[in-house]
Design a protein around this ligand. Structure first.
Ligand code: SF4
Length: 235
């Protein structure tokens, strides 16, 4: 069984939209949002997937078997899947057969991960694109929780892994440069995006973040879904 996020109307959080950020920004996509996370970022915009002090687990989480999830994904007739969370790799044993089946049906599959859990070989084989988002000190997670050196090193060796950093303050850029050097991540696979849950905040950070991308040869990404729909769940 997979534990998924439940939308306020009671439906599983499997929805059809545009990829809002990163290397495939703007691509029509089916999203599968899984519950549970092993980190607790202060600015997390999906706390309903893991923060059981402030959200009700029974209300926010639903368990579905692989076949039910697969049927819902196929109903959109869109062969591009993004598995997000929470931290999807906490459930990779249950996720792997779903991904493998969808790959056989011609899907392009992306996984969003915080980069603290190494993928199983089946997942490494089947996933077309990893969106690895290591958390910086401004996320307020303890260092030993947010950065797992062996795992980061393995992701940096996977050619289809992009490193996506959420930038809150200018000091974050220095931290990104340090990680890029330490884990030998090519700048072309580093994407910076400004933190912001409304268009005004996003816009206020976009100028200096984009300048840093020009300076260091990183890629810049906005958060398209915030610009188009604001901080709306299921979009
Ligand atoms: S890793 Fe992602 S889902 Fe988990 S707390 Fe941080 S931002 Fe939220």
């Amino acid at each position: 069984m997979l534990r998924l996020s439940r939308q306020p109307g009671g439906q599983p959080e499997i929805f059809h939209s545009l990829q809002g950020e990163g290397a495939t920004i703007g691509v029509a996509t089916v999203f599968l949002r899984l519950s549970l996370c092993n980190l607790s970022c202060s600015w997390c915009d999906t706390k309903y997937t893991w923060d059981w002090e402030n959200y009700d687990y029974k209300k926010e989480v639903m368990a579905l078997d692989t076949e039910q999830v697969r049927e819902k994904i196929l109903s959109y007739e869109c062969p591009h899947l993004v598995v997000t969370g929470g931290e999807p790799l906490l459930q990779q044993t249950e996720l792997a057969p779903l991904i493998s089946g969808l790959k056989q049906q011609g899907f392009y599959c992306e996984v969003e991960t915080n980069g603290t859990i190494a993928p199983m070989p089946e997942m490494e084989r089947d996933i077309d694109q990893w969106n690895v988002s290591p958390k910086l000190s401004t996320s307020d997670n303890r260092l030993e929780r947010r950065l797992v050196p062996d795992t980061l090193e393995s992701f940096s060796r996977i050619p289809n892994a992009y490193f996506k950093f959420v930038i809150v303050e200018p000091q974050d850029i220095e931290e990104v440069c340090g990680l890029a050097e330490k884990y030998r991540i090519p700048p072309q696979r580093i994407i910076l995006l400004p933190e912001g849950r409304n268009p005004e905040v996003l816009q206020s950070r976009s100028g200096w973040v984009s300048e840093a991308c020009v300076k260091h040869g990183f890629r810049f990404s906005t958060r398209l879904h915030i610009l188009l729909w604001g901080d709306q769940r299921g979009r």
